[in-house]
Design a protein around this ligand. Structure first.
Ligand code: SF4
Length: 241
């Protein structure tokens, strides 16, 4: 990662703004799940992961208690991550189909993965106050991606976080975006004459993938659409339409 994103990563990892979440994540890392009892849990805030020149920003919900909170990389170590990285690999954004941990050498091309909140919340349900406290990191990530074209929100909370961050960055929507799978909106910054496309998808959680709400075909279609949006050059810079 380039210097500024690397500096942000250090800030995120050291963050202690939510003492209740820090205590919860540490406790999860101490107790552990039986199948991971030999492993050392990351048990710290989980920073974004990916390409600092990314044109695609993916915003998920939160680290899983025994997934990212264990491995330290977004969407790594649980069923959601298996789905996401496989899909990213098929779409050409990841050089591998499986993310195993922070030191596995996997590289993302043209995509950065982040989340609405960086510490695992109990029951995977962050409070509005916790989301608000963590939102500044998403703002900084948006500002540190000079090539950004498309933001993909995963699930209602990830999409809401993306919409709010774009608004705080000065972007405006023609209509208030409401979460639905496949929902698209263009965020425009009239002052800077730039635009960013927002697209929403069902979250690849077990709840959605096990029930057939989200299939590989449906998820692949979202990434195919992202490619179309990128080809239209909606994004920061001279490609505004
Ligand atoms: S959830 Fe976000 S703001 Fe709260 S401690 Fe973790 S990194 Fe910091």
């Amino acid at each position: 990662m380039k210097a500024s994103l690397a500096a942000l990563e250090r800030r995120v990892v050291a963050c202690a703004r939510c003492p209740e979440l820090r205590a919860y994540c540490s406790e999860i890392g101490r107790i552990k799940k039986r199948e991971y009892r030999e492993q050392r849990y990351w048990a710290q805030p989980v920073p974004a992961f990916g390409d600092p020149r990314a044109r695609l920003l993916i915003v998920g919900l939160a680290p899983g208690a025994h997934g990212s909170n264990r491995t330290g990389r977004p969407f790594t170590g649980d069923a959601s991550g298996i789905w996401l990285y496989r899909t990213l690999h098929r779409a050409g954004y990841s050089d591998r189909a499986e993310s195993r941990g922070r030191d596995d050498g996997l590289r993302l091309r043209d995509a950065l993965i982040t989340a609405a909140i960086r510490c695992a919340p109990p029951g995977n349900k962050p409070t509005p106050e916790q989301l608000r406290r963590c939102s500044g990191y998403l703002d900084l990530e948006l500002s540190l991606l000079p090539e950004l074209c498309v933001v993909l929100g995963l699930g209602a909370i990830g999409t809401r976080a993306a919409v709010d961050a774009l608004r705080r960055a000065g972007y405006r929507f023609e209509r208030p975006p409401k979460f639905a799978h496949g929902m698209e909106a263009v965020a425009r910054d009239p002052a800077a004459r730039t635009a960013i496309a927002l697209i929403a998808s069902y979250h690849p959680s077990r709840q959605n993938t096990n029930t057939g709400v989200l299939t590989e075909t449906i998820f692949d279609a979202i990434f195919a659409r992202i490619k179309v949006l990128m080809d239209r050059q909606v994004g920061r810079g001279p490609g505004l339409r």
